[in-house]
Each structure stands twice: as C-alpha cells, then as structure tokens.
Design a protein around this ligand. Structure first.
Ligand SMILES: *[C@@H]1O[C@H](CO)[C@@H](O)[C@H](O)[C@H]1NC(C)=O
Ligand SMILES: *[C@@H]1O[C@H](CO)[C@@H](O)[C@H](O)[C@H]1NC(C)=O
Ligand SMILES: *[C@@H]1O[C@H](CO)[C@@H](O)[C@H](O)[C@H]1NC(C)=O
Ligand SMILES: *[C@@H]1O[C@H](CO)[C@@H](O)[C@H](O)[C@H]1NC(C)=O
Ligand SMILES: *[C@@H]1O[C@H](CO)[C@@H](O)[C@H](O)[C@H]1NC(C)=O
Length: 640
C-alpha cells in the first residue's frame, strides 16, 4: 500500500532521465533572416551530453548547453533544407539520436543580373524585317532566385531607334528587327535593356537591372552608283544626272570637256561603303572621237570632228568591286563655230582673302564670302563652248587662275587692296578678253556664312519656287530678245568653288550671249545691249560655296515651270584620294544660286541634245523616271 504510486513515479522519472527529447522536429524559416534566439530547447538527462552528429548540415547549427541555435543566415538558393543530427551520449555510448529539420523558404532576395554592362552588335543593313538580330541567350539576365520570372523592357536611347528593334516578348529578350535599316539615316542605335524580377514595378520585393545595347548598322551594297547631281534624291533614290556639252568642229580640245550640269561624276549610292567608281563608255566610243578616264570620268576628245553632229554617249559608272553599275547619257554636240571674242560679263570682280594666306588659297567672293570668287567669260557666238576658254592673270604674281577660280600663288604678308588683270582666251579662236580683279587682303578672316547645312525638302521647295518665279520672269524677258537673236537659250549657269589644287574637270558654267547682254555693259559692247531683264534672275558667275568645296550646278529648271522639281543642289568636295565628295549645301544659295539651266521650249539645240535615256542600276528599285526638265517630250527612259 502506497508503494505502487511511488514505484510508478520512480519508473517515469528514470525513463525520463534516460533519453533526450525535443518538443518539435520540423521548422520553416525564410531565407536571408538571422535568428539570434535558440531554435530549440533539448531535454538532456543529467548523465548525458548532446552533440551534433556527423549527418548534420555543415556549419548550419551549433549547440550551446542544451539549446540548438541556427548558425547561419539561411539561403534558399544554396540549401533549402537544413538538418540537425542530435546525438545524446552517456560517456562514449550513444543513447539517443534525434533529427531536426529546418526548411528554408524562398524569398525574392536576389536581383537579376546581366552578364554584361554594354553589348555591341553589328547588324547588316540588309537584315530582313522580323529576323532575330540577337538571340535570347545572348541578352538574358540571370537571377539566383530560382522561381523568379524576369520581365524585360527595351528603351530607346537613340531617338527613333525603337522603330527598328523590339523584343520578341516581355519574357523573351531576343532582339528582332521591325523595320528595314538605313545606314545613312541611323548608322548606330543605342538602347537600355531593363529587366525586373516582378511584373509590377511597385511590388515588394522587386529588383531590376539595366544594360546598354549598341547596334551598329553595317552598310550593305543596296544601291548602284549615282551620277551626280541627282535631279531628285531622297537618300534612297537618285534620279541621275545626264550630261551635256558642246565642242567646235575642226578642233581637238586639249583638256577635258566642260559639261553641264557638271563633270561626269558618280558615287556609290551606299555612302557608307563608298565603293570606288570606274567609268567606261557603253556606246559612243566606237568611232574613237571621245574617250573617258576610267578613274576620273574626264571626257576628252581624241580627235577633231569635221562637221556638225550630235554624239550620244552611254556612260557606265561601275563599282570597283563590279557589284553594281549605272548608266547615264552624255550628249555632246559638235557645232560649226567660228567663234568670236570672249567677253566678261563684268568689268570688275571683287574678291577677298585673309592676310597671311599661303599659296593655293581660294580667293573668296567679296559679296558672299566664303564662297569662292569665280571669273567666267563666255563666247557670245558659242555659249556652250566653255571647254575652250582658259584664264590667266597677266600682271600680278600673288594670284593665279585655276579654271574660273582665283587662287593665291604666294604668301600674302601685306594687307590692302590689290588689282590684277585677268585674261580669257578662247583656245579655238585665240580671241582674248580682259577684266580687272580687285582683291582685298584683310586681317579678318572672312565671315563664314555659307552653308554646310543641308537643305531640307521644304527649303529646297522654297528655293525652287523662287528660282522658278525668277526663271519665269527671265523667260518673259527673253521672249523679247528672241526676236533679235538666234540660239534661244538662257542658261543660268553653275557656280563652283575651287580648292587650292589644280582642277581639271571643273564644272565651268555656261553663259549665253543673252546673259551677257544683261550686264551693265561697262565697255562698249559689240552689239547694242537689249533692255535688262530683272536683275535677280541674272545668273551670278560666282559660286555659293565654302572655299574648300567644289559646288556643282545641279539645280535644273523644270519644263513647264514647276518649281518643285528643282530639288538638288550639290557641292563636290575633292577628296584626298582624288575623287569628289558630294555635299548638299545650304540656305544662302537662294540668293546666289547660279546653277540653273533653262532651255526655252522649242530650242532646236536642246531638243535634239537631251533626248535619250537615263540609266539607273538597281533592278529598277532605285532609279525613278528621268525628271530632267530639259528632256525632250517623248524621251524614252531606260532603267537598269
Ligand atoms: C516547445 O517548447 C517551447 C518552450 O520550451 C515552447 O515555446 C514551444 O511552443 C513548444 N513547442 C511545441 C510544438 O509544443
Ligand atoms: C538579404 O536581405 C536584405 C534585406 O532584407 C537585403 O538587403 C540583402 O541583399 C539580402 N541578401 C541577399 C544575399 O539577397
Ligand atoms: C565661219 O566663217 C566662214 C567663212 O568666214 C563662214 O562661211 C561661216 O558661215 C562661218 N560660220 C559661222 C557658224 O559663223
Ligand atoms: C594689272 O592690270 C590692271 C588692269 O590694267 C591694273 O588695274 C592693275 O593695277 C595692274 N596690276 C599690277 C600689279 O600691275
Ligand atoms: C581630269 O581632268 C582634270 C581637269 O582637267 C585634271 O586635273 C585631271 O588630272 C584629269 N584626270 C585624269 C585622270 O586625267
């Protein structure tokens, strides 16, 4: 009696005293949290010790006294299940083993990371629309959070770039092309690629990263050579120039022919490739009268022409790599012309040049610096025959003529005003004329106003309108003159700037005798001067262009007087390799434009000379219909 309960109590106490125990064996804990409190209290009998057994997760736990602590900040990405293996020993004998598990819960604690900061790709210009330009694997970011879904956004840095590229999907960062590339318009585009590990920006937690993508457009050979100046060009299409010139019968001109609207000159329509152009004659070379310089495009006479006739030459400009070519037409008229004395339209030409200029600097037009001064005489009997006129300065060694331009020929150390006599000689007739050149050598660099700026289409249209109106006035005035004169042509001719180097195939302009008659006639004219037409329509012999440019004479008067057709004004810049670079030049040409070629309707010479075809070379894609104003009605156009 009374011993049973006591015994039972003793038994329980003994049993309890003999094994370790815990009241919980499974825990859940979010990753990246530090737990300073003990995870667990272990009941350990007095004669035993508890230690971590060998199958415990390494370093994850520690035991202090009889408490189990988490020893680390758990990381789901590293280990999502931790195990504590508790061994209770009496002496060396293991009495109890217990296992406690800690499940680590995933938290979005890692930001996405791009394996690059900036990536640059070359994209061929002719890449097909919808093509994948950069595969997903090269662009995607990494996120250590296993379950994160990444959301990508492409943001343009280069304005307009997002018209061209987009991502395949919000979770698929492959870059695809949406629109045909244009090397000339956008050669390089920059984007920011943004990645976020949540769909919504304001969700917490949310991480993001950015990288820079640079896409370099690699020019592709898409366009054929373009004969300049384009009658019309929007950068993709060029309606090419056709060229016209005249030579006298019975003479072989020693130098390259002077053509309008300029020298035969083509450039690779793919300006980014700028393949060298090789010139040849497709037809018209059979009789050996003319030859063309393969590299220069210079058209020269190989022999004299006995009687008047019109030569229609088809000239090919082919890329040096042979990939593409264009063909245009060159019309040369051989005319009977006995010639007469050349005449200068002005009795005094004013130029300006900076003090200290060395030899070879172009004297600028004092009325429109920095456009180079041009001095141009004409043969009233043979207005197209500029090829035959040469110039020299007779009495001043500080200056020399280079074609129609005036260059310094010595270092100018003295300021002041200098005068020189310029003599023009018609090499066919040996007739000469003189005029006076006044050059102001001043300390001040002449102000730079002339245009490097490009014309906008609107500006060009406005210019075209002005020119058109002026031309209409000129036409009316000419109608009066037509009765008194033959050769019913008005040519407002090209200006051209020269570079210091000697020039051959400069675009010498064409002045007609009608034009000459517009001059105030300072010296006794050979014939009575007719009434002067409106002054603004007078073609200036001076070219509007910076001194380092060689502007050509591309504005073409439209037939029917539609001014909108006057589109292109061009300069050519001689490049070191010996070629030319075409440059559209700017606004102030409006006042100075002297590049209009206008033929009165029904002019027998032009009607004959301009009929023909015009070639383009790009499977018909790039060549439009010939829009030349002076094309005769019914002209056939051939495009390649
Ligand atoms: C285990 O014991 C501790 C105190 O020692 C207590 O806080 C905890 O709630 C107990 N756990 C369970 C599952 O009973
Ligand atoms: C852990 O969480 C803190 C904030 O809770 C955060 O700043 C830190 O970047 C996280 N660590 C890791 C490795 O993600
Ligand atoms: C050139 O001169 C000859 C004789 O002097 C003359 O017969 C011929 O008509 C002239 N030609 C022109 C185009 O003036
Ligand atoms: C050259 O000739 C022109 C015209 O006759 C004259 O005005 C000028 O003074 C002369 N210049 C020199 C340097 O002799
Ligand atoms: C082309 O003509 C220009 C001007 O006459 C000349 O300077 C140049 O040397 C010529 N080029 C060739 C290759 O004959």
């Amino acid at each position: 009696m009374g011993t049973w309960p006591l015994l039972l109590l003793l038994l329980v106490a003994t049993a309890q005293a003999q094994v370790c125990s815990v009241n919980q064996t499974f825990f859940e804990i979010e990753e990246n949290t530090t737990l300073s409190a003990p995870l667990l209290d272990i009941y350990v009998p007095e004669d035993q010790q508890v230690t971590l057994g060998p199958s415990s997760t390494l370093f994850a736990f520690r035991i202090r006294g009889t408490q189990l602590f988490l020893n680390i900040t758990p990381d789901y990405e590293e280990n999502s299940m931790l195990q504590a293996h508790l061994e209770c020993k009496r002496g060396d004998t293991v009495v109890t083993q217990l296992r406690v598990f800690v499940s680590v819960l995933d938290v979005n604690d890692n930001p996405p990371v791009f394996p690059y900061k900036t990536k640059q790709w070359g994209v061929p210009e002719d890449t097909k629309v919808k093509a994948t330009v950069i595969p997903e694997t090269e662009l995607e970011a990494q996120d250590r959070d296993r379950d994160d879904i990444l959301f990508y956004t492409l943001q343009e840095v280069t304005p307009g770039a997002s018209d061209f590229f987009s991502l395949a999907g919000v979770n698929r960062p492959a870059l695809q092309l949406d629109r045909s590339l244009d090397f000339d318009a956008l050669p390089r585009m920059t984007f920011q690629l943004l990645v976020r590990d949540t769909q919504e920006e304001n969700k917490q937690p949310s991480h993001s990263a950015t990288a820079t993508l640079i896409l370099e457009v690699q020019p592709a050979d898409l366009r054929p050579p373009w004969f300049l100046p384009c009658v019309y060009s929007d950068g993709h299409v060029c309606i090419q120039a056709q060229y016209h010139g005249a030579v006298p019968t019975g003479h072989r001109l020693p130098g390259p022919l002077t053509l309008r609207p300029g020298p035969i000159y083509a450039v690779d329509g793919d300006r980014g490739i700028d393949e060298r152009i090789i010139y040849s004659m497709v037809t018209g070379h059979e009789d050996g009268t003319f030859s063309i310089g393969a590299d220069s495009g210079n058209l020269t006479m190989a022999k004299s022409i006995p009687s008047p006739q019109t030569f229609v030459l088809m000239v090919k400009g082919e890329q040096a790599d042979g990939a593409r070519y264009s063909v245009t037409q060159v019309t040369v008229e051989a005319l009977d012309a006995n010639g007469s004395l050349p005449r200068f339209p002005e009795s005094l030409y004013r130029g300006t040049v900076a003090l200290g200029s060395g030899p070879g600097v172009a004297v600028q037009d004092a009325a429109a610096p920095p456009q180079p001064l041009r001095i141009r005489a004409q043969d009233p009997e043979f207005p197209d025959l500029n090829s035959a006129i040469t110039y020299r300065i007779t009495n001043n060694s500080n200056f020399r003529m280079d074609g129609e331009a005036v260059l310094t020929s010595a270092l100018l150390m003295q300021a002041g005003v200098f005068y020189a006599e310029v003599e023009a000689t018609n090499t066919v007739t040996s007739g000469t004329a003189t005029t006076v050149l006044e050059v102001q050598v001043s300390e001040q660099e002449p102000s730079s106003t002339a245009g490097d700026r490009r014309f906008s289409t609107v500006e060009m249209a406005v210019l075209g309108g002005v020119l058109g109106a002026l031309l209409l006035l000129a036409l009316i005035a000419l109608t009066v003159l037509v009765h008194k004169h033959y050769g019913h042509r008005l040519k407002c001719c090209s200006g051209k700037a020269l570079e210091p180097q000697p020039q051959g195939f400069d675009n010498k302009a064409f002045l007609t005798k009608d034009e000459a008659n517009w001059e105030p006639a300072p010296s006794p004219p050979p014939s009575p001067a007719p009434p002067a037409p409106p002054k603004p329509a007078e073609p200036s012999p001076h070219s509007p262009a910076p001194s380092h440019r060689v502007p050509e004479s591309p504005a073409v008067a439209p037939d029917g007087g539609s001014p909108a057709a006057v589109r292109s004004i061009l300069t050519k810049e001689r490049r070191p390799e010996g070629g030319y670079k075409a440059v559209w030049f700017g606004e102030d040409i409006g006042a100075e434009a002297d590049v209009v070629v206008l033929n009165t309707p029904g002019s027998e010479v032009d009607g004959a000379g301009d009929s023909g075809s015009e070639g383009g070379g790009d499977e018909g894609a790039d060549a439009g219909p010939g829009g030349r104003g002076q094309d005769a009605p019914g002209t056939d156009s051939i495009y390649f």
